[in-house]
Design a protein around this ligand. Structure first.
Ligand code: LLP
Length: 441
């Protein structure tokens, strides 16, 4: 993106004066309205709602649940509008379950997954009466059975399939390959389901798979749906009364100029169509409820991390733009080498030069962008790191004892502070509070 040129981003576009904003509110105005400094995440609530509604609409006519993956974004201000539109949530820890419950998601709208659920996670799921727990191993099913019996309950479970699908994405976020830690091989899953059909503490409702994240090839997601259909049909053939297929999340978003967004209708049609084809062949009378667990596709494009330029400097052959955010605020570039657009909030005239846009954490990996052409920024300028609405704040940390940033939501053309930034004093107090009694200060 170049200074003064209209950006083509689906959510954050240049408005009056060429400044970057969403819903008609410039990002600098959003921070001012919300009383937030930098760094701060700014989201468009409308964008999240529209993306969710598009998926809901595409699934009309099919029994379904769209369960937003909380691990991507658990900001209450973004979730409550989804709740009101009929969304569910996918949770992977006791705390995520409690957040969902606290936000008023009913148990039948909460689904739980995760490869290493602890007894506390499972007990919380049982106590909240979640719709189902996706179980990843025999040991976990046994544990769930025991915990449910102890409570005089029968837990509802899906079995997570490892569909052995290689997703063309970053290896750290591919989860459906044969060597991944997730799920069970089809044969093991079928054996477990048959063996467990009479356990009194669990009822097996169906099958689940999730093959990875930021998947841009629909064929990959379709292949997973096909494998799920085959295993679902095999369970039916074995006489199990299964009735749910959970296709997971994984739909990718465009991150570079010129890449196209995948319409939710196209995504849904491809996944449902593939599943239906298998079922029509193998068990035509089956009409399972289909669960989708989108994370990135709902939240990613709807959020930007806004940072302020502290200094520019040159060392050796490189020019650096040092900003007040860092990998503690937004980890994806450092962890996955993820490429995110970085755009000046206010266009600055002048020929572009190449910069490494870096944060202040004491690690060389702490860079938002490398060798990126930018109109030369000045100290005090705001830059936006785009497509940061998913796995942004949720992966933020306090490394170097840096406070986590503020979160601002633009809704109906007004920006509000949805979560204040932590402060250095907050963090210092927490650290000092950890001092064991009796050790002199
Ligand atoms: N369901 C399950 C069981 C999952 O494990 C995930 C994500 C999702 C749904 C949502 O997937 P999505 O639609 O967002 O792709 N931190 C990484 C992404 C990790 C994804 C983990 N699982 C990143 O920043 O790329």
């Amino acid at each position: 993106m170049r200074a003064g040129r209209q950006t083509l981003h689906a959510v954050f576009r240049s408005g009056p004066g060429g400044r970057l904003g969403a819903e008609g509110v410039c990002l600098d105005a959003a921070l001012a309205q919300a009383g937030a400094g930098t760094p701060a995440y700014v989201y468009s609530s409308r964008a999240v709602v529209e993306r969710f509604a598009a998926l809901q609409e595409a699934l009309a006519g099919t029994g379904h649940l769209v369960a937003a993956a909380l691990k991507a974004n658990a900001l209450p201000a973004l979730l409550t509008p989804l709740r009101d539109l009929g969304a569910g949530v996918e949770a992977v820890s006791a705390a995520e379950l409690l957040v969902a419950h606290g936000l008023g998601f009913r148990g039948d709208r909460i689904v739980m997954s995760g490869v290493g659920k602890t007894p506390v996670d499972l007990e919380t799921a049982l106590d909240l009466g979640v719709r189902f727990v996706s179980v990843e191993s025999r040991g976990e099913l046994e544990l769930l059975n025991r915990l449910a019996l102890r409570r005089g309950r029968r837990a509802r479970a899906l079995l997570r399939l490892n569909p052995e699908v290689d997703a063309a994405t970053h290896p750290k976020i591919a989860t459906g390959t044969r060597t991944a830690k997730f799920g069970m091989a089809a044969a093991d899953l079928l054996a477990l389901a048959s063996g467990a059909r009479d356990w009194r503490g669990v009822e097996i409702l169906g099958v689940h798979a999730h093959v990875g994240s930021q998947i841009r090839e629909l064929a990959t997601l379709a292949r997973s749906a096909e494998r799920l259909g085959t295993v679902f049909a095999a369970l039916r053939a074995a006489g199990l009364p299964v009735r749910v297929v959970d296709v997971g999340g994984g739909l990718g978003i465009p991150q570079r100029d010129g890449e196209e967004d995948t319409p939710m209708s196209v995504y849904a049609a491809r996944v449902l169509g593939t599943l239906r084809e298998v079922l029509d062949r193998e068990c035509p009378d089956a009409d399972p409820t289909v669960v989708f667990e989108p994370g990135r596709a709902l939240f990613g494009p709807a959020g930007a991390l806004v940072v302020r330029v502290l200094h520019t400097k040159r060392t050796g052959t490189r020019e650096f733009c040092v900003v007040d955010g860092g990998m503690n605020d937004f980890l994806r570039p450092a962890l996955y080498g993820a490429w995110h657009r970085v755009a000046p909030v206010e266009p600055r005239p002048g020929p572009e030069r190449r910069f490494d846009v870096v944060g202040g954490v004491c690690e060389s990996g702490d860079a938002f962008a490398r060798d990126r052409a930018l109109p030369p920024p000045e100290p005090g300028d705001l830059l936006a790191v785009l497509d940061a609405g998913a796995y942004g704040y949720s992966m933020a940390s306090n490394v170097n004892l840096r406070p986590r940033p503020a979160e601002v939501v633009i809704r109906d053309g007004t920006a509000v502070l949805a979560r204040p930034a932590e402060t250095p004093a907050d963090l210092a107090a927490r650290e000092l509070g950890a001092q064991p009694a009796g050790i002199p200060a």
